[in-house]
Every structure is written in C-alpha cells, then in structure tokens.
Design a protein around this ligand. Structure first.
Ligand code: NAD
Length: 472
C-alpha cells in the first residue's frame, strides 16, 4: 500500500516537514498508512517564537475580525469534510459516519464560539471614579489533544483561545496527527502567520511543551495520570492550566424506566466510539426490578451492531485506537476472567486483524473490582445491580473521578433529584453526552481543572484586568 508522506507541520505560517518522521497506523489493519513529522525541541522553539511574535497584532485585531476568521476556518473544514473524514477514520478507527459527525461538530464548534463576546463589568461609575473589569488574552497557549476525538477536542481549545486573542501551538496525539495536520494546511491560507502553529511528534514532545517557558497557558485533554504530570511541569513557570481529564461515569437506571425505550440509548452511552469517550457510561447501575430485562435488551441490541473496519459500509464500531489501549482493555477482561466474573456477552478474542475487542458486558461484578473502579476506555461494561437509591448515590460518588453521570427513569423529578446529588461536572437525566458549545463542560475531583465551552470556557483563555480612572 502507499504510505503517505506529505504531512507537514505549520510553523510561523510555513508548512515544514521537519527532520524526522514517525509512523502512523490504521488500527483496523495495524498497517502503517503515513509518516508524520516528529518535531524536535528546535521546531517547538520556532513554533513558540512564531506564536509570541504574532500575539500583539492578533490580540489587537478587533474581535469581529477574529470571529470572521473562526467562521472561515469552519467553512474550510466543511469544504474538505470528505477528505478529513477519510483521514480520521484511517488513523482513529471510527466508522465514517462517526468521523463525519466529528468533522461537522468541529466546524459547528468554531461557528458557535464566534457567537460569544467577552464581557466587561462596570464596577463603579461615579463622579469620583470609573472602574471596569475586562478580559484580555493570556498570551501563547499550548494545546495538547488526545486520540479519541482528535479534531473536535482540538477545536474545543482553538476556538475560544483564538477568539479571545491568544496565539496557539497545537499538538495532536502521536496516534492521530493526520486530520489535524491537514486542517493546519487549510488554516495556513486563513490565519496570519504564527497565530496557529501545529506540531506533531512522539512522546517527548508533550513534556517539552509543558515545561517550555514561552507558553502562558497549557490547555490539556487526556488522562488524569498525564494531567498530574502536566500540572507539575507547568508549575515552575506558573503557567495557567486547563485540564480535561478522565472519567468513570456512572449511569443510574431507575426501577420505572421503559426498558425497550432506553436500551439502545444506554448501549451507545457505553459503547459509542468503542467506549473511548471521556463521558462514556463506564459503570451502569441498574435497579434490580429491571436488571434482567435490560440485560437481555442490551444483548439483543448488541447483536445488531456491525463491528469492523470503519471505512466499510455499515460498520457501527471500529477497532480500539492503539496498541497500549488495546492491551489495557484486554488486561481488564483477563482480570475479570481470573476473578471468575460472569460475562453476559463478549470477552473472547476477535479474529479480525486490527485492535478489535468485541462488545463485552460483565454481569454484576463486585463494587471493588477493577472493571468498576478503573476507567476502562474501551468496549467493556460492568452492569451492576442495586436496590436502594441512597446506596447507589453513595456508590456513584465513591470515585476520584467526577466528569459526567446520567440518571434514567420515568419519574423525571425523582431522577433530577438524584442527579443533583451526583458529584460530576455534568449530569444528564434521560439522555447522555449532550454537549453544546454554549454550556460549560469540565470535571469535578480528579477529572479536571477548569472548563471548556460557553462563556465560562472562553474566560479561561483570558485574564481579568481591572482598569480604574480617578476623575479630576
Ligand atoms: P494521554 O494522557 O495519554 O495523552 C493525551 C495527550 O497528551 C497526547 O497528545 C499525548 O501525546 C500527550 N502527552 C502524553 N504524555 C504527556 C506529558 N507527560 N506531558 C504533556 N503531554 C503529554 O491521553 P489519551 O490516552 O490520548 O486519551 C485518553 C484519556 O483522555 C482518557 O482518560 C479520557 O477520559 C481522557 N479524555 C478526557 C476528555 C475530557 O474532556 N475530560 C476528553 C477526551 C479524553
């Protein structure tokens, strides 16, 4: 097969190949599909210097013009949606339909951010003095993205950062750099040189970024484990941080739920993108009255879902994205087997060539099992029986994570009461994973620091500045 070599980084308005490359694999086949530039420390220095040089003019550009640029970026994404979708499927594994939705979402995110404005608060307007607090850009932002939603999660950062007047150096995950590098090529035509720089590289590059004194802020999405390292590394130069980290989201399914109606939604809550969603349902607590029927409905629905290469017609679930994650998920399955837990479905090895794991449901494992306590980030769901609401709320909250959660039931008010007692950044009732560019999204506890989305997310890319005029 042809290995593509024409992926370049965007540094200071130039597309550069860099001095070395690394392999990018298609997880459905494990074949190398492209070589991406492996940025050196010197490439990073050049990107930071370009972002710093571009900052004063971009910060001084009227916000309406910055908004227009975000809309142009959205337009160019949509004009190239088909090519971006194919690249995304080939490097990430997700089916074409999901890749298309992600690319469309990335464009919507840019357009929606462009509807926001930076507020000004008048603190005092008296004969004696005028005082206002405004929000000025932080400076140069280092944006670090994960591999599960490479494009949309990059836009979660770029859109507010650029809107607020910052310049950016973006680094995609080494597992999924391709669509982001193509986007950078498109953005070169739209943004002034240095406003957005995109660099790709192996494991060395993230730590170099977080320690680099030229960044004023690091916006990171990834695991809680890496998030701790990011925060420690950002501390010596007191960089601001936004950390969007892992989750172990509980779903609480109440006794009065309409099983037939919710089974499909609950299936996708847990297994969408193969469970590789920060806010996937990772523990499903089901009331004992509906436990058996829901279990059967999930099994029946799973049988209708085609697993395979995301580029093939009809595929609903692709492979796991990369070998380390594949091995981690297999390790959790093995642990459940070793402990003698019952498997409702799945657990066997797939005979497909790539990193495929069948949809796996584990029958009522103990609360202290690894599959309940850890973030699996894969298509393995513990289904857990409960019969007491107080108890299930306690269990749902007994986690260091606090990203998302959902409550499902016919009695919406009761479900909402439960929702208010869950310690998670977002709690949904009778739906899940509904994220909008207009609402704050972030984690409680060790699921993160700061938020993205909405005016609250925008303000994290600014510093408050109070200006005071004493009248004569
Ligand atoms: P990861 O932490 O391994 O990597 C994320 C990014 O950080 C990658 O670009 C990686 O190259 C880089 N990186 C790795 N080590 C680094 C270091 N020491 N310093 C700086 N950067 C470093 O995460 P992942 O495996 O790519 O993503 C999966 C995790 O991300 C899951 O835990 C998931 O829940 C979480 N996630 C969270 C959100 C959210 O919004 N809260 C969204 C998506 C994914």
């Amino acid at each position: 097969m042809n290995i593509e070599n024409d992926f370049r980084m965007l540094i200071g308005g130039e597309l550069v190949t860099g001095s070395a490359t690394f392999d990018v694999l298609n997880p459905a086949t494990t074949e190398v599909i492209a070589k991406a530039p492996d940025a050196t420390a010197a490439d990073l220095d050049a990107a930071v210097a370009a972002a710093r040089a571009a900052f004063p003019a971009w910060a001084a550009t009227p916000i309406e013009q910055r908004k227009a640029k975000l809309n142009e970026l959205a337009d160019v994404i949509m004009a190239n949606a088909d090519a971006l979708k194919r690249l995304l499927t080939s490097e990430q594994g997700k089916p074409h339909g999901d890749a298309e939705a992600e690319i469309g979402g990335a464009a919507v995110w840019l357009q929606s951010a462009a509807l926001l404005d930076l507020p000004v608060t008048v603190n005092e307007d008296s004969p004696e003095r005028y005082s206002e607090t405004r929000h000025v850009p932080v400076g140069v932002v280092g944006a670090i993205a994960p591999w599960n939603f490479p494009m949309i999660l990059a836009m979660f950062k770029l859109a507010p950062a650029l809107l607020a007047g910052n310049t950016v150096v973006l680094k995609p995950s080494p597992f999924t750099p391709l669509a982001t590098l193509k986007f950078a090529e498109l953005a070169q035509e739209i943004l002034p040189a240095g406003v957005l720089n995109v660099i790709s590289g192996g494991d060395h590059l993230g730590p170099l970024m977080t320690a680099h004194p030229g960044f004023d802020k690091i916006s990171f999405t990834g695991s809680s484990q890496t998030g701790r390292r990011v925060m420690a590394s950002a501390a010596p130069t007191l960089k601001r941080v936004t950390l969007e980290l892992g989750g172990n989201d509980p779903a609480i399914v109440m006794a009065d739920v309409d099983v037939e109606k919710v089974a499909e939604q609950l299936f996708w809550a847990a297994f969408g993108n193969n469970g590789q969603i920060c806010i996937a349902t990772k523990r499903m607590y089901v009331h004992k009255d509906v436990y058996e029927p829901l279990k059967q409905a999930l099994v029946a629905y799973a049988a209708t879902v085609k697993i395979g290469d995301g580029a093939e017609q009809g595929t609903r679930l692709g492979p796991i994205n990369n070998r380390p994650q594949y091995e981690r998920v297999l390790g959790l399955i093995q642990d459940a087997k070793d402990k003698g837990y019952e498997f409702v479905i799945g657990g066997e090895k797939s005979d497909l060539p790539g990193y495929f794991v069948p949809v796996t449901i584990i029958d009522n494992p103990p609360e202290d099992s690894r599959i309940v306590q850890e973030e699996q980030f894969g298509p393995v769901l513990p289904l857990i029986k409960f019969d007491d609401y107080e108890d299930v709320i306690t269990r749902a909250n007994a986690s260091d994570y606090g990203l998302g959660a959902s409550v499902w039931g016919a009695d919406e008010d009761k479900a909402f009461e439960i929702a208010q007692r869950i310690s998670s950044g977002t709690v949904w009732v009778n739906e899940t994973q509904h994220i909008t560019p207009m609402a704050a999204f972030g984690g409680m506890k060790q699921s993160g620091i700061g938020v993205e989305g909405g005016i609250e997310g925008l303000l994290t890319y600014t510093v408050a500045q109070t200006l005071v005029r004493k009248h004569k």
